[in-house]
Design a protein around this ligand. Structure first.
Ligand code: ZN
Length: 331
């Protein structure tokens, strides 16, 4: 297929139907060159950053490749999985990650989250260079040049509007498909007990070890009560949970504007469900306050946040099958 050495890509056809997008995606899954696992990793990273676009549907490479780097660190270092289809040819990304691991004597069992921030950034910079060179253009070509336009020098890609809508509408299915194909690729090139072993790993590969960083920020601004049931949360840390308002399994990201503090009981009861709509309204208000206070401290957490985005996300969650609406048991 080629396309890997492109520096700039334009959208070949800006009006595309859902059928045409499914066709391009199917072709990508079934015919894309499978020498390396990269393109699945890129699609996973795009999905994870679907709600990090700016108002022009542009996604910065820094965001895309932060997810991408985290995914590959966890696959290569933490899970020790080979990323090319040839035993004799190590993938450039795997080589880079292993070199960094060696350079700083990082224990193999460490996940990306455990790395000191400076090493995370150094790793991101190296992986981004490889990704810009070998992955962005290749994925663009493999999906028929209709998914996005991009400019390597300016460091961004811009979604084709109908494709962006499509990804929102079918986010959950595409996540499943991508995880499945990535796991399948890894299965053919690694010795593993069974495909479920890998599928389980791939599904949570970008999940954070801990949300304590967010707990700290939220505790500073929110009062000490549960976002859902409103009860005061007992002082002990284990009673205080950070909850993904839109379930993590859908959004696959930890945007601060989607995180709330909840008591243990609500967190456990809510699980993978959506909360009823009045909590969406409450969250929109909470975000108004939180973003104002955070702005003063020069924080980036709300940089691409828009109220419409959260409302859309809520609606698309339901559209994608999160139709079991939860409300707290207040008694
Ligand atoms: Zn509660």
């Amino acid at each position: 297929m080629g396309g890997w050495d492109l520096k700039i890509g334009e959208i070949k056809q800006s009006y595309v139907t859902d059928e045409e997008i499914w066709k391009a995606l199917n072709q990508f899954f079934t015919h894309a060159s499978t020498k390396m696992s990269y393109k699945y990793g890129l699609l996973k990273s795009l999905i994870e950053n679907l709600y990090n676009i700016n108002e022009n549907l542009e996604l910065m490479f820094n965001d895309v490749f932060y997810s991408f780097t985290k995914i590959y660190w966890n696959l290569v270092i933490h899970h020790n999985l080979w990323q090319s289809n040839s035993k004799n040819q190590i993938s450039a990304i795997q080589k880079t990650l292993e070199d960094i691991c060696l350079k700083y004597s990082i224990p193999k069992e460490w996940t990306f989250d455990k790395l000191p921030y400076s090493i995370q950034i150094e790793t991101l910079d190296s992986i981004k260079k490889i990704g810009e060179k070998y992955v962005i253009g290749a994925f663009y070509s493999d999906t028929n040049s209709i998914f996005y336009e991009f400019n390597i020098k300016r460091g961004y890609l811009k979604f084709n509007r109908p494709v962006y809508k499509f990804l929102q509408k079918h986010q959950r299915t595409i996540t499943y498909l991508t995880n499945y194909h990535l796991a399948k690729f890894l299965e053919s090139n690694n010795k593993i007990p069974n495909i479920n072993y890998l599928l389980g790993k791939v599904e949570v590969i970008s999940k954070r070890d801990s949300l304590s960083k967010y707990l700290e920020i939220l505790t500073k601004y929110d009062k000490e009560y549960c976002f859902y049931c409103g009860k005061v949360i007992k002082k002990e840390k284990r009673n205080k949970h950070v909850d993904h308002f839109i379930p993590w399994s859908f959004i696959q990201n930890d945007n601060l504007w989607n995180l709330v503090i909840s008591c243990q009981k609500c967190n456990i009861q809510k699980r993978d469900n959506l909360a009823e709509e009045k909590f969406l309204d409450n969250l929109l208000l909470r975000n108004q306050d939180l973003s104002k206070e955070i702005e003063e401290e020069n924080n980036n957490f709300f940089i691409n946040y828009k109220e419409e985005k959260l409302i859309q996300l809520y609606q698309y969650s339901i559209y994608n099958g999160f139709s079991n609406i939860w409300s707290p048991n207040i008694s």
